[in-house]
Design a protein around this ligand. Structure first.
Ligand SMILES: [Zn+2]
Length: 624
């Protein structure tokens, strides 16, 4: 089937965007390809359409489990059979999934770079009809990229395993050193390189200083225009959505803690224009592709400029003029310095979490590889006196360095299995040792509990035993410590798969990379501050510079350029407008008659500075 028909059939679009089709053609003609495209420009459609045009399986290497799961769900929902090899699979499960891939009608096989290290997986892959290899987030292969993953270096084995299969590498990073690394490490054969600027010239970047964000937001947004408003916390998504709804906007919200159904409903309402303004955390992103987003507003500072470019880049996909606005108060800067900067762990912090993780599961030096355990995150932090936010950052770093794989989720049941022998269990109860009542009750009431993990609600178990729940949870932990039971608590669960043995030397060996990550994180945070505090360099230039892209000229449409343009013509327009408005309120048309150049940006700026206001279709000066 031709590419366009596939696009129509599965995605419902009539045509590709530049340069999707050129890239697909290059891939289908069996060229190695490096494609540098801005995030959200439909990178996944490229390899998915190409994969569907080719006979056989497309192997996709992707760094993040969340990303993989998202893609696999999307594809399966489209009726395209896809399988993911992620998380702690037993050998049997792994073999079964690989059988399904080889003998079923699987089109896409997703795999993490760590999993590819497995000899068995390699052997199986080399015997499969794999017609295309996709490396997603290919910049992870380079130390110069923003998210270096050592496990990506080992992807060089792909050309040995599957020498005939073309490789397409996708990334949003244009840095030349990164592209060089991708080509070298993957042993690409004369790759065709496609490069698109990370920036679109129809987005006007702006920063508005204000101490009344809600007020300003209500004047920036238009009821019949699509917009995304990013906030920092889950709570703020629904609080703000509610506030703006009261002001007459059709709003929805979206964050990572919602159920899948709620997320889908929220997203669908927004896609169908039943609501126009989406309040979201950074979780709102993957796979979101709405062309007519006119404004992306950040009510709180973004985590990094990488995030900012991705999030603001959701504006103006249709090519029409759009705005990316950050609303900034003095407090934001202080808060950002106090949280984001302070939550960056030191190497000692990383080491402490590393040690605590192995200690938490009683894993000794030289052991731990392939062990998978789940833990209650809060409990873990409390137990080892760890700061939660810092620890989250550390877990991410340890995952990026290939120490562990982390899966996050909520479990509504505890899982308990008695792992001591029946004789030992009887003995324990007979001697009335700590928690014997709990053990006795479990053994009597759950027949399977000696052989397998049983799902239990601890709230109900506590009632049955007539003991406070808190006490029960402590007893269960103590029993686990004595190796009597295996216990996985309910709650905010992190499942941790250890990819390496506990080893001081390994940690030391990797500490150079960890240190680099720490410095890089600091750099990212400082650059966000530099971006918002800058008041002289064109915003698009600033971003282009950060991403090592050669920006042509000043964009001409960001707030800094607009003011500069204006000032070139007449430096006193500001004052003139303010003077005009001192006596009377005036409509824009009347004010504009006094000037040759467009005064809209100046009016916007004066609004943002709260020097003027808009009442009954007229601008009025605010007297302070
Ligand atoms: Zn500019």
């Amino acid at each position: 089937m031709p590419a366009v028909q596939i696009l129509q059939k599965y995605w419902g679009y009539d045509s590709f965007r530049e340069p999707q089709l050129d890239i697909i053609n290059a891939v289908v003609a069996k060229n190695d390809v490096i494609a540098v495209l801005p995030t959200g420009s439909g990178k996944s459609v490229i390899y998915q359409v190409a994969g569907l045009m080719l006979e056989g399986i497309t192997l996709v290497i992707s760094p993040l489990i969340a990303l993989i799961e998202d893609q696999v769900n999307t594809l399966n929902n489209l009726g395209i059979k896809s399988i993911a090899l992620t998380g702690g699979l037993s050998f049997d499960e792994l073999a079964r999934l690989l059988d399904n891939t080889a003998f079923g009608k699987t089109k896409f096989l997703f795999i993490s770079p760590e999993r590819l290290q497995n000899d068995y997986v390699q052997r199986r892959l080399s015997n499969m009809p794999i017609s295309l290899i996709t490396i997603d987030e290919a910049h992870c292969i380079s130390e110069w990229g923003h998210d270096f993953r050592p496990s990506y270096l080992k992807l060089s084995i792909l050309k040995n395993l599957l020498p005939e299969t073309p490789i397409i590498s996708l990334t949003a990073t244009a840095k030349q050193r990164v592209i060089g690394d991708i080509e070298a490490y993957l042993s690409l054969q004369k790759p065709k390189i496609f490069k698109q600027s990370v920036f679109r010239n129809n987005i006007s970047y702006q920063i508005n200083d204000t101490e009344d964000k809600i007020g300003l937001l209500a004047t920036l947004l238009k009821p019949d225009e699509t917009a995304i408003v990013y906030v920092r916390t889950r709570k703020r998504t629904y609080q703000m959505a509610d506030l703006l709804m009261r002001r007459g906007f059709l709003t929805a919200f979206f964050h990572g803690g919602m159920t899948l159904q709620d997320k889908q409903k929220s997203l669908q309402d927004w896609l169908d224009n039943k609501v126009r303004i989406m309040f979201a955390t950074t979780a709102f992103g993957m796979g979101i592709n709405k062309a007519d987003v006119r404004k992306v507003v950040h009510l709180d500072l973004p985590e990094s400029l990488e995030n900012y470019v991705q999030e603001s880049g959701r504006a103006g996909r249709d090519g029409k003029m759009s705005e990316a606005v950050i609303l900034l108060s003095d407090y934001d800067i202080t808060f950002y310095k106090n949280t984001s900067l302070k939550n960056i762990p030191s190497l000692e912090d990383v080491y402490k979490v590393y040690k605590s993780l192995y200690n938490h599961f009683y894993i000794a030096e030289g052991e731990g590889i392939d062990v998978m355990q789940s833990m209650d995150f809060m409990h873990f932090c409390n137990r080892f006196s760890l700061d939660m936010y810092k620890t989250l950052n550390v877990l991410q770093m340890l995952e990026s360095e290939g120490f562990i794989e982390v899966n996050q989720g909520r479990r509504f049941f505890a899982k308990i299995q008695i792992i001591a022998s029946p004789a030992m269990t009887r003995n324990y109860v007979a001697h009335k040792r700590l928690g014997y009542k709990v053990v006795d009750f479990l053994a009597r009431n759950y027949t399977d509990i000696l052989n397998l993990s049983v799902k239990i609600k601890t709230r109900i178990l506590a009632k049955q035993l007539d003991m406070p729940r808190k006490e029960l949870l402590d007893v269960l932990l103590a029993l686990q410590k004595r190796n009597l039971i295996d216990y996985q608590p309910e709650g905010e669960q992190f499942s941790i798969l250890f990819l390496l043995n506990r080893d001081e030397n390994t940690f030391k060996y990797k500490s150079k990379n960890l240190q680099k990550r720490i410095l890089h994180k600091k750099h990212q945070v400082l650059q966000v501050l530099a971006y918002v505090e800058n008041d002289s360099i064109c915003r698009a230039q600033f971003l282009a510079d950060y991403f090592e892209e050669k920006a042509a000229d000043n964009c001409g449409i960001c707030d800094i350029c607009q003011i500069a343009n204006f000032q070139e013509n007449s430096t006193d327009v500001y004052d003139k407008i303010l003077t005009m408005l001192t006596a009377n309120c005036m409509s824009k048309k009347v004010i504009q008659q006094q000037f040759k150049t467009d005064i809209s940006p100046i009016l916007d700026k004066l609004m943002a500075q709260q020097k003027i206001t808009f009442v009954d279709l007229k601008y009025c000066k605010i007297d302070n």
